[in-house]
Ligand binder design. Sequence first.
Ligand SMILES: [Zn+2]
Length: 377
Amino acid sequence: MSSIDPSIGPDRARALFRAELAEVRTDAELQALRTRWVGRKGSWVAAFMDALATAAPEIKKSLGRGANELKKEVEAAIAERGAALAATKRPANAVDITLPGRAPVLGHRHPLSLIRDEVIEIFTRLGYQVLEGPEVEDDYHNFEALNMPEEHPARDMQDTLYLQTPLMPSDPEMPGDLKGSPLHSAPPLTLLRTHTSAMQIRHMEKHAPPVRLVAIGPVYRRDNLDLTHTPMFHQVEGLVVGKGVTLADLKGTLSAMAEALFPSTRADGARSGQAADFIRFRPSFFPYTEPSAEVDIRCFKCKGQGCPLCKRTGWIEILGSGMVHPAVFEAVGYNSEEVTGFAFGMGVERVAQLKWGVDDIRLFYENDLRFLEQFGL
Ligand SMILES: [Zn+2]
């Protein structure tokens, strides 16, 4: 804005100032207006007073008074407008209710929880009881009762994480359901369970057959962290005991589970009319089952044609299983002449890796939201 002509008198100046003040909308505009009219240098008042210095003495006095009055008036008007502007301003931390809302971020279930819940749902539907148990165990339930006597290699320090100070039955940290265990006078807990099978023993000790249960939860092995190993992972184990339970029951149960867990395989099997053909048993060995079998499912990615996921075999190894060893029944007081049973165990991480094509098991434990947010709610 150009400077104001000092030759205009206070009356015209007043009218001009009022008109300019009416246009002011912001603090910055008000500040500029103040500088132009009453500032120390270059303002209308300053220029007018300079011009007055050379004016005739008879008009000097009245013009000077008029200018001074206008100056006071301008300052008062500016102060008033300044207060009015401040009153319309929002406080510094005020909420701007005109901003669009931010959508709340929904949490996701962890992929391993999704698999766990899915497995529980499948087996609950089949009439199974779901068990969770203590993560610290004694040698008896983790090994001995499962036909792994003292010299068994799985008990090696290389594979098993032992407690430096075993938990005694009187310890306050002793898990509640292990307190006062009637059998074996509640031996001290010495290790982190290497499988959920210990729960099978604990259940059978307390309950007569028939048994139909799944045990699910974290287990511990002395492994270093790499692409396919973690010292802690999750296992699902199933156990069925009763009169006349056979290998055919095991196969039927595992088929039903595989179909439910990997529906793309089921769809393919249904189309070709070979639904039963998408799991296969390979002979194997586990101390607590006889006979034992590794179970493969037909590769759901290539439908058995052969691809990198299934190492070109068309089959993917998914779990271990077998008919319960008579020695296990003996340990829990079941009569192996009267009842038979099957058991199976599988890694929850393994299922999640296969289902979603996750090639690094560590991703499940790194809490990286970019990874975790890719899974369902
Ligand atoms: Zn394949």
